[in-house]
Design a protein around this ligand. Sequence first.
Ligand SMILES: NC(=O)c1ccc[n+]([C@@H]2O[C@H](COP(=O)([O-])OP(=O)(O)OC[C@H]3O[C@@H](n4cnc5c(N)ncnc54)[C@H](OP(=O)(O)O)[C@@H]3O)[C@@H](O)[C@H]2O)c1
Length: 459
Amino acid sequence: MSEAGGRTQAEPVGRGGTAIRVAMLGCGTVGGEVVRLLREQAVDLAARVGAPVELVGVAVRRPHRHPELGELLTTDASALVTRSDVDVVVEVIGGIEPVRTWLLEALKAGKSVVTANKALLAEDGAALAEAADSSGADLYYEASVAGAIPLLRPLRESLAGDRIKRVAGIVNGTTNFILSSMAASGASYADALDEATRLGYAEADPSADVDGYDAASKAAILASLAFHTRVTAADVHCEGIRAVSATDIAAARRLGCVIKLLAICERTGDPDSVSARVYPAMIPAAHPLAAVDGAFNAVFVEAEAAGQLMFYGQGAGGAPTASAVLGDLVAVARNLVVGGRGPRESTYASLPVRPMGSVPTRYHVSLDVADRAGVLATISGAFAKQGVSIAAVRQTSGDSAEPTVRSQARSAARLVVVTHVAPEAALAATVDELAGLDIVNGVESVLRVEELGRKGVAG
Ligand SMILES: NC(=O)c1ccc[n+]([C@@H]2O[C@H](COP(=O)([O-])OP(=O)(O)OC[C@H]3O[C@@H](n4cnc5c(N)ncnc54)[C@H](OP(=O)(O)O)[C@@H]3O)[C@@H](O)[C@H]2O)c1
């Protein structure tokens, strides 16, 4: 590949019709669609940007798989990102290394970067932002959260004059597909995961999705933008959906709720702090997020002046994600044409991240208990001891108890307790204590209940 057309310092990028030159790292599910759209929409993009947008190189691992890219191909990403004729680097490889090194090299060389890499941004976004600041380059990453849904720009720009209180949403399509299909058919988690894998919604190794790590990376990015504070993936409390059972889904339905894997980013007072967490939770069936089914994503934003906003759409897939990448590329290219820069990262608030133990939540606890007099009083006492107030209790026994194998054998009952809001640590201590009581055969499930600004969950 030649390095023809390298720029001199005097040559203004994009002005007077000179092209904005783009290097791509990766050409897989997302990258392939970016290349297609760049080619198919070349005329429109040039008109929107004010200069042609030209692809000058594509780095991949296995060039033989991309014959259509011909001379553009290279396996030397490091050399590509620092080429003197490259203005913008679009990164759609993923993962931490070696991508971090390449993007830092690019930014230090003054190349603007557009990336879809949530894992890298959530782990080391600060290093990328610092490199962009010191060279005056742009760093855009709309595609890293919720695919096609315009979300980061509204948080970073449209809501920049408001005070965001909460960002809560469904940001992982695989887990939403699994939970939706469990709810629709009564299937077990294992069967719903098998179906998701068969239909291509889950990877062969689904742990990044089902254990919540993917959503945790996105929560870190959302919390950082919403609260002007650096939040990393390590700051996010993360639980996945492996333990969600068909019984939990049925229990949620009885309560007028559905179970969703939520990423919740909140600004909480006393002291002023942020909380970022990912876990499966019951939400009221009437909440707009409850209607988000299958592989779709949706994010609910609550801001002081704007009130409640909802962003909904395709959260993954080649073309939807490429749409977000192209949007960023146009923004970066326009900045180059006018000689300006997009908004810098804003972390001035530097709020502390609240430890999970002090985050106020509600629990739905399902217990397998001995079916005898005085049990309810003992259970209530365990909650009271930790200062946790009970909102509702439901006990079933005998045939109507949907008994487990163990409860049939021991003349047991199922007791469901829904609490009022209490610190997570007090709720967790209560559950530990319940598990140690001899009248409790087992703690069947513990799920959080999130009302997300709405009333309506029993109790
Ligand atoms: N897929 C989605 O729906 C989606 C949605 C939102 C965000 N994202 C993010 O977008 C990024 C890309 O995802 P994807 O699904 O498009 O991935 P993908 O289909 O696996 O494609 C990865 C691309 O990176 C190339 N690559 C991998 N390692 C490389 C290396 N060491 N040097 C050079 N090239 C290398 C691969 O080259 P070969 O083609 O030669 O193998 C391939 O072209 C990730 O950060 C992902 O999190 C994806």
